[in-house]
Design a protein around this ligand. Sequence first.
Ligand code: AHM
Ligand code: MG
Length: 408
Amino acid sequence: MAVSTAPTPTTSSLSFSHLSFFQHKKTSFLCTKNSTVKRKCEHRGVHVKCMVLEKSSAGEAKKTKRQSVYKLQTLTSWLLKQEQDGIIDAELTIVLSSISMACKQIASLVQRAGISKLTGVHGAFNAHGEDQKKLDVVSNEVFSNCLRASGRTGIIASEEEDVPVAVEESYYGNYIVVFDPLDGSSNIDAAVSTGSIFGIYTPNDDCLLDLEDSTTLDTVEQRCIVNVCQPGNNLLAAGYCMYSSSVIFVLTLGNGVFSFTLDPMFGEFILTQENIQIPKAGKIYAFNEGNYQLWDDRLKKYIDHLKDPGPSGKPYSARYIGSLVGDFHRTLLYGGIYGYPRNKKSRNGKLRLLYECAPMSFIVEQAGGKGSDGQQRILDMQPVEIHQRVPLYIGSIEEVEKLEKYLS
Ligand code: AHM
Ligand code: MG
């Protein structure tokens, strides 16, 4: 330990026993702990304050800021940073904030569903003739209200609305938001994971929709439908919020996938994962195998192959929640494949292109994965109607491509 001239740091809380360089009789001095880290210290009365100086590989000392362990990035501050960086404009920032607000409200409603008597069916059917749950209806209202209040949304299309709705209170922006306010709602009464899914487009008048049969629709509704029918390739942003043991908000603006966790202590989404990359392959599959006998023989062969232990003695694992958001989120993090195929009873499967398959495909591609209907890329598909269903295979790129080979 080479200390040239020992000072008398009697009351300092710092130990000087390992300082290798020290300049005495100066208020500031350099101290070195090892060959790469240097500290600049100053006497302040009886105290000594030290600041880290770091040596770069080129040998130049540079100042580094200490990162506070209390520094959290909220969704709001992250969105503002995206705006400052020119990735989104102020209008889209407002729309996304409104969506996150709707998700917080829905999260609270889902968590308290049993207490607030919000379990069970509403007593009506949605556009697809499906039983609407009370929370389906309430969540749709929450989502719509938040988007209306943003004043930046021109048209909304929801799983729970027959036709897209024009929002009168749009001041600026006119974004088109498509959403499924509460996906997997058959799971609600058992408190199993559910989620909200959304996608955002700019208005587009070049839609190739044949409106000949829509003689009953008024002009506003026709305009809405034309604008909403855009391929996933046009998506500006997409995301989902999962209501599970944690409330997770996953978002892409076309520059990677980011995940935020709702901190229940202060009611804010906090950035918890940046630039999520889905594993290239993964031995987990999520299909509703109850439909096996209704599937195409090529698909049955594919599933049989997944269950074959092969030389490794380890078949794929089956995991199926029956909630697209939950099954997708696990697939995004662990790898594997999620599928909702066509079958003899539902020629186009069950999931909807606009507000389920396209947003999820945008997210998965941003994470390095793939979304396909078995033959073609979901994002290339031009919707021909709002509630159009398509088969969906989504997840790790190698797994989806393997399935496509079986189906070809
Ligand atoms: P929903 O939008 O009416 O809730 O239906 C979509 C859900 C998906 O979340 C889930 O993957 C699928 O339906 C489950 O369907 P099934 O019960 O036929 O397996
Ligand atoms: Mg749904």
